[in-house]
Design a protein around this ligand. Structure first.
Ligand SMILES: NC(=O)C1=CN([C@@H]2O[C@H](COP(=O)(O)OP(=O)(O)OC[C@H]3O[C@@H](n4cnc5c(N)ncnc54)[C@H](O)[C@@H]3O)[C@@H](O)[C@H]2O)C=CC1
Ligand SMILES: O=C(O)C(=O)COP(=O)(O)O
Length: 643
């Protein structure tokens, strides 16, 4: 973040007292994925204080800070962020789910039972953009292009895109991530259908079924023309040994074929278990009689079958593509077919769908075509529809989806265990950023997790995302969630480093404490600065609630719920009494007090108050602090609450 990027709303203070009431629910409520995806922090930090560790009121305030009532905004970033990822407009009504392509009835029923369902097929890109800002979820198949323009047009409302199938190359994942929109797919229900279609094309092509059928219908009887080739004993190269590829391999083995496969990421033992050898790309294409494509379309696989690679194939090779048209350079394929290098091709997928009728590829007599039917069996479509409907409904309800494509996967049991720490992480982030003096640019955040667990047994991605959310959301218009936290942090130049420290506590709990340090910034509250010069706060989960346990060099124990007043104090009698009187006279109930001391006999007082003190009350407290002869950090910006 550039140093000028955090600006104060107020001209007199980098922080401004917010007039909005604290209304956030207690943190002990169990967070769901939705809270990581769509909780907008439009409210300032809400830290309801409780009880514990009360101390006598006989100390004195110096610099102090009210955490809850501060709200900072970053006017310079607002315009940038608005074009990136808007905080969603609140819609607590029934969610609207738009289905833009035909989906199995069983899935539609699941969706109807949950939200307002709108099925609108064959929308133009403009029509989709016009509709999308009223939708919380969009379900597509391969025919809808979910572009950046769609996410922009959604104006922050679209929470989840469900791809009723495997390939998500028609969804702009980068844009989805930037806008904090979760993308889920249905990766398993159509595997068998696609594999069966691959085998159907393989056998149909090798025996000229489609061409022979067309010729009979044209009144011809061409028994000599349509002599086929046998499959038994032939070598099939399966390119991509994933779900579909491995099922194709299994079936091809049953047909008596010798199956090899190329997949740089597949484990060799999984292939060997099916009797398939994994080989290099070169070896696969040079030895195969048949090549069946089953890899995803990615920048690395785009047009991987081109003039150069066709030239390395065995003359007379036959190619089946049930994956994505874009993995083949279609013009090069026509040339290879014309020269006889490729004897036949069977294609279910095309670079542009539908392909133009007069394309040379479509019209080539050695090419067998189907209109992207790989997933189109009754069984697969029912399965995919249920799979995607449940994933979308789950995401809208805030549950974790096992098929999220652009969010870190956190298994439900891990999520449940981490829940209170997730709340703590966000609150620490929010508190830490409020301690930064206006005009400081935050670039470097260090997070230290103290834990008795093995490093492998602690997944911190969620915690890091929530700390990022806590830090960034209060200072920008950006809407941050689990999906886009890392992206937005990077975009803002915020470097978040993590460290694990082993402690000798109970491994029953995933985390003992979380420390957030912000370095190279000025502090609004000097007591929050540790000896290393960084703003440093540490918290723990106690009885299921987030607690602040360390601020700068001071040990405290403050429940991070409600409103919090932090006072630096020295040995000057009467100060706490005065502060207490002011709060009491203004009907602000002090719920607890915690005092932390250092060896230098400096102390820090944390006062929990039930009600949010108003500006006048804060001004009165501010005067007491300012008038104190013992101000250690006598900077007015430390008293931002009163300004
Ligand atoms: N025509 C249709 O209706 C259907 C098409 N598909 C397509 O089939 C393809 C495979 O789907 P699944 O098997 O479910 O996906 P998958 O993710 O299970 O398998 C893809 C495999 O490709 C491998 N791979 C990645 N890069 C590769 C490369 N450069 N070279 C070789 N292998 C590479 C991966 O390691 C993975 O094992 C996808 O493109 C999908 O969109 C899937 C279902 C239906
Ligand atoms: O699942 C896939 O990747 C497919 O290609 C299936 O596409 P479809 O849902 O039939 O448009």
């Amino acid at each position: 973040m550039a140093s000028s990027s955090i600006k104060a709303i107020s001209t007199t203070s980098p922080f401004k007292a917010s007039s909005s009431p604290s209304s956030q629910p207690p943190s002990s409520s169990k967070p769901s994925l939705l809270s990581f995806l769509h909780t907008s922090s439009s409210n300032p930090i809400s830290l309801k204080l409780s009880h514990s560790h009360s101390h006598a009121h006989n100390s004195h305030s110096h610099s102090f800070l009210i955490t809850n009532v501060l709200k900072i905004a970053d006017s310079s970033e607002t315009s940038v962020s608005k074009s990136q990822n808007l905080k969603p407009t609140s819609s607590d009504s029934t969610p609207t789910i738009l289905v833009s392509e035909k989906l199995g009835e069983a899935g539609l029923q699941v969706l109807r039972g949950f939200g307002n369902l709108e099925c609108a097929y064959n929308l133009s890109p403009e029509e989709l953009c016009a509709k999308i800002s009223t939708c919380d979820a969009l379900i597509v198949r391969s025919g809808t292009k979910v572009t950046r323009q769609v996410f922009e047009a959604a104006k922050g409302r679209l929470k989840v895109v469900g791809r009723a199938g495997v390939g998500i190359d028609n969804v702009d994942l980068q844009a989805a991530t930037e806008f904090g929109c979760l993308v889920v797919n249905a990766p398993t229900a159509n595997t068998v259908a696609a594999a069966e279609h691959g085998i159907a094309l393989l056998t149909a092509m090798s025996r000229n079924v489609a061409q022979a059928d067309a010729s009979i219908k044209a009144g011809k009887w061409l028994r000599n023309k349509y002599v086929g080739v046998s499959l038994v004993g032939k070598t099939l190269a399966v390119m991509g040994f994933g779900k579909v590829g491995s099922e194709v391999a299994r079936r091809a083995k049953g047909l008596g074929m010798n199956v090899i496969s190329h997949d740089p990421y597949a484990p060799a033992d999984r292939a060997r278990a099916v009797g398939v050898d994994l080989v290099s790309f070169e070896q696969a294409i040079a030895t195969a009689d048949f090549i069946s494509l089953h890899m995803p379309l990615t920048p690395a696989t785009s047009k991987v079958f081109n003039d150069e690679t066709f030239a390395k194939m065995k003359k007379g090779v036959r190619i089946i593509n049930v994956a994505r048209g874009g993995v083949i350079d279609e013009d090069a394929l026509v040339r290879a077919l014309d020269s006889g290098v490729v004897a036949q091709a069977a294609l279910d997928v095309f670079t542009e769908e539908p392909p133009t009728k007069d394309s040379k590829l479509v019209q080539h007599e050695n090419v067998t075509l189907t209109p992207h039917l790989g997933a189109s069996t009754k069984e697969a479509q029912e399965g995919v529809a249920i799979e995607i409907a449940e994933a979308v409904v789950g995401a809208l309800k805030g549950e974790l989806s096992a098929t999220a494509v652009n969010a870190p996967m956190v298994p439900p049991e891990v999520l449940s265990e981490l829940s209170p720490y997730v709340v703590l992480a966000e609150k620490l982030g929010k508190l830490a950023v409020q301690l930064v003096a206006g005009g400081s640019g935050i670039t470097s955040v260090r997070v230290v997790y103290k834990s008795a667990r093995d490093p492998d047994d602690l997944d911190t991605r969620l915690l890091r995302a929530m700390i990022t959310k806590g830090i960034i959301e209060p200072i920008s218009a950006s809407f941050i969630n689990l999906v886009n936290a890392d992206f937005v942090a990077k975009q803002k130049g915020l470097r978040i480093s993590e460290e694990r420290v082993a402690v000798d506590s109970s491994p029953e709990f995933p985390v003992d404490s979380i420390q957030v340090q912000i370095s190279n910034v000025g502090s609004k509250f000097a007591s929050s600065v540790s000896e290393s010069g960084s703003i440093s706060i540490e918290g723990k989960v106690k009885y299921g609630e987030p607690h602040l346990t360390c601020l700068g060099s001071f040990g405290v124990d403050v429940s991070l719920e409600g409103n919090l007043i932090l006072c630096r104090q020295v040995d000057q009698p009467g100060m706490i009494g005065q502060v207490g009187n002011i709060l009491g006279n203004d009907n602000v109930n002090v719920s607890f007090m915690s005092v932390g001391r250092t060896v230098q006999k400096k102390a820090l007082m944390a006062i929990g108050v039930d009600e949010e003190p108003n500006k006048r009350t804060l001004e009165k407290i501010g005067k007491i602090v300012k008038n104190s002869a013992n101000l250690i950090y006598g900077r007015s910006e430390g008293l931002g609450i009163a300004l």
